[in-house]
Ligand binder design. Sequence first.
Ligand code: OXD
Ligand code: MN
Length: 594
Amino acid sequence: MNNNTSKFTKNKYVLNWIDEVVALTNPKEVILIDGGESQIKQLRKEGCSTGEMIELNQKKMPGCYYHRTKPNDVARMEDRTFICSKDEINAGPTNNWKSPEEAYKLGKEIFKNSMTGRTMYVIPYCMGPIGSPFSKIGIEVTDSIYVVLNMHIMTRTGKQALNMLGFTNDFVRGLHGKCTLDETKRYIFHFPEDNTIWSLNSAYGGNVLLGKKCFALRIATYMGKQEGWMAEHMLILGIENPKGEIKYIAAAFPSACGKTNLAMLIPPEIFRNKGYKIWTVGDDIAWIRIGDDGRLYAVNPEAGFFGVAPGTNVKSNPNALAATARNTIFTNVAINKDDMTVWWEKLTNTPPTENMEDWIGRPWNYKTSTEKGANPNSRFTAPAKNCPCISSEWESSNGVPLSAIIFGGRRAKTAPLVYQSRDWNHGIFIGSAMASETTAAANGQVGVIRRDPMAMLPFCGYNMADYFGHWIEMGQKTDKLPKIFHVNWFRTNENGDFIWPGYGENFRVLEWMLKRCENKVDAKEVEIGYVPNIDDLNLEGLDMDKETLNNLLSIDKNLWLEDANGIEEFYNKFNGRIPTELQNELETLKNNLK
Ligand code: OXD
Ligand code: MN
């Protein structure tokens, strides 16, 4: 059997593991991904010849390709995602758990000979900049060309990763197989104690690009706990002021709260004219360590954006759109059959032609069809370096120093536009209480609250109570901590309309935070923390009166008491494991509201 792995590495841990996987899955050949462009070109060609990939218009969209997943395989599947720690308690009440024995046994039965007649690709990759002390190595084995092509955009692949690994055993073993794409046998198994991930019967990005949610969040949270750093579901951005100074912020939001938009925000004109700019370091994940000077430093472990396409347009996020202009993979969007370009809902008001194919591959005419052209979770995979506002520091080996951390939610009434925590532990409490109300579009039940602490509910690789404890321990190691804020762009009025305009206007809130970080403005202490004094939020050029802003910053005590009960209920799931510091913060909140 053709297997070129040993040509690239003599690392016996890698070679032995590949031998084991070959014995289990029985592929017809093994190809190691070297990270070079010529191999990638060859794989695109091969993918197109089998229909796995579709070539898009190379004049209008150079280097861009298209892929469809099965209609039953279009999103992360939380109910099929498992943390397989030895003890169930270490997965905690918010994760699905299987014992490692059971998961390996089940996985092996499904993987057995699953690659017969197929090619197995071995993708060495680095999460984080090559050579950075933040970075970690993974190797993903897969039978999907689509996965190879995406990993090549989302991570630093090939020889450079193998060189960093050297002869050590210090890598995350990721095994992905499409198997038969049977959804009843779809599993995403994480073995944090073994640095191992097994993903079976899926081809959707979030389940199969193992560097992303599986490694950079679930496995990395566990690593960070052992090694004294943090893996967070956070964007990282830099704000440049007119003097050219740049301050960095990391922010966690649950899905569908505009994280990529905030990461690439364009400030309102009056701020642009003064010289303010936003620089993107990352849009999804932050690995955070304490630097030599005691400050927290953040690195984006990824090298690309795996962004939601629908809703992205020249107005909502011109930077993201520009990032997709070349060398991008589009998944499950609609195709314009006249010129082989792509389209999704809200890219433009009307699709460019009646001659289109929808995300399932059916002829689609927007004039006659009642269905959507693109899947609501359709995606672009774009290289970060394509983004016009990418930070010059995005590959900095030491990361960027954080001045502030933001937690956000989608709340119609409860949370004010912005408030600041009293201190680090209070900030952790605020993060642990993060929540979003479901929208009608999501599941028909409006206003159902989903607690999503630190936006990590589906991504924490161990017991979340211990994860909160780890945040508290990190805070005890330094006194140069970032300030913690909470934002809510989604307050609605009596008609159910959003009060705050959002998008670029969110910059006004970021600017207030920076003033707080620099001790330039005071704030008003209220029951839940500090809210801005009304004159300190710059509304210049915005059609909003002070009364409306007052309203946006107001606190309804009854709603907050109800929320405190919701937080208590959530904490109770952990059977007394929630750190005392957070229990005390909950008591303080309740007392303040009395
Ligand atoms: C993502 C997610 O795809 O959070 O980034 O689901
Ligand atoms: Mn995410």
